[in-house]
Design a protein. Structure first.
Length: 119
């Protein structure tokens, strides 16, 4: 079993900051990539930021969001600054994980954490 547990969401005013965390636990042999996605009401889930050896960001968050990772803790973070109302969404953590030596990598998802940017 592999679990991804997110934390750090909440309500923040425009221009404010939040830091999301996602910790992976369970039967983990190797983590190939860790990413953050978000889904706003009525919209498709979209990639926000990813660490796959290199770091990639959606154009809408470049310069405002920073993804980082603590390999020792199997944890990925998303520092979100200068938040805008359009950043309001449920944010999901994704990790591509191999559970044992030689096994294939599979995608795992967290339960999601709500981020609301509003005055």
């Amino acid at each position: 079993q592999v679990q991804l547990v997110e934390s750090g969401g909440g309500l923040v005013q425009p221009g404010g900051s939040l830091r999301l965390s996602c910790a992976a636990s369970g039967a983990i042999f190797s983590i190939q990539a860790m990413s953050w996605y978000r889904q706003a009401p009525g919209k498709q889930r979209e990639l926000v930021a990813a660490m796959t050896g290199s770091t990639n960001y959606a154009d809408s968050v470049k310069g405002r969001f920073t993804i980082s990772r603590d390999n020792a803790k199997n944890t990925v973070y998303l520092q979100m600054n200068s938040l805008k109302p359009e950043d309001t969404a449920v944010y999901y953590c994704n990790a591509r994980i191999s559970r044992s030596y030689g096994s294939r990598f599979s995608d795992y998802w967290g339960q999601g954490t709500q981020v609301t940017v509003s005055s």
